[in-house]
Design a protein around this ligand. Structure first.
Ligand SMILES: [Zn+2]
Length: 90
């Protein structure tokens, strides 16, 4: 009989960085902060991984999308090199 319900895998306790630090603001003009929540390929990292709460994750995705439109952030790395090639050929 096995009564071992203790899980050996204990994930590190995640917390919302924006809730913890009031000085950390979600702003599309701050790609330095936003880039911490985006993969090197330009994908937004899910909140299951970052631990960001629902409220802040929503604000974060909006800020990232806005930053992309303002050309402060790249959509993907492939996209950025393609743009460079195009401008080079002109
Ligand atoms: Zn939060």
């Amino acid at each position: 009989m096995s009564n071992n319900k203790v899980r050996k895998f204990v994930p590190r306790k995640k917390f919302c960085r924006f809730c913890a630090d009031k000085n950390l603001v979600i702003d599309y003009k701050r790609p330095d902060i936003l880039s911490q929540f985006v993969t090197e390929r330009g994908k937004i990292i899910g909140r299951r991984i970052t631990g960001t709460c629902a409220k802040h994750q929503r604000a974060l995705t909006r800020a990232i999308k806005r930053a992309r439109q303002m050309a402060l952030m790249y959509y993907t790395t492939v996209h950025s090199t393609e743009v460079k090639k195009k401008t080079m050929s002109i």
